[in-house]
Design a protein around this ligand. Sequence first.
Ligand SMILES: O=C(O)[C@H](O)COP(=O)(O)O
Length: 252
Amino acid sequence: MVLVRHGESEWNKENRFTGWYDVQLSEKGIAEAKEGGRLLKEAGFTFDKAYTSVLRRAIKTCWLVLEEMDLMWIPVEKAWQLNERHYGALQGLDKNETVAKHGKDQVHIWRRSYDIPPPPLEKNNPHYPGNDVRYGQLLQRETPVTESLKTTLDRVVPFWEKVIKPDVTAGKGLLIAAHGNSLRALVKKLDNIPDSDITELNIPTGTPLVYELDSEFKPIKHKESIGPLSGRYLGNQEAIKARILGVKNQTK
Ligand SMILES: O=C(O)[C@H](O)COP(=O)(O)O
């Protein structure tokens, strides 16, 4: 099973909180996604099915990876449950301006604490997901106006248990193209990462993260894994560490 965070988006480039806002990949993000596909192909990977969110930066990343691998024909399932964590009223704001206004510690709490959500989006905001046709199947109480990592897990984990896990059991090779925080939620579950340690985990854009699972869905630790993850990132390990640090330093 391979997880990949979408390539750099236009708002990653501008250093703005994005969440459920549906931004496009930047030129660099397109190149990162293609490079991810090339690395996977070169390492001999193939997939039977792909999962992605309903946001175009992840969908496009999924397409580009599959195109590089000549696998565009495989089934792709899109699910809102794999969306980025909803960033509430922070969506659209510049990350460093938010630090200047609220302080570094408060912004770190909003970005990385396990269970403290950012301030909620007003329901009359044009970006309230309840006004978006793609979320039409969600009940009002299920439609987020903000999410912590904990409440992101509340939708990612049931999706993993009910939908993805049966495919793993069936022996399918899976690609999951999603987002920084929905993937943090998934690996927290897979690697059983404590609430206190997940605050330090940052996932770089466009970099395939390979997980091998045993018969009980427990990840088998790879010798090149970067703690607390058991999976390994494909590519130049030093460059990957620099990219991880880059995500952390978005709110210096
Ligand atoms: O939604 C966003 O802004 C990013 O995709 C993830 O942001 P973060 O690293 O600040 O949580």
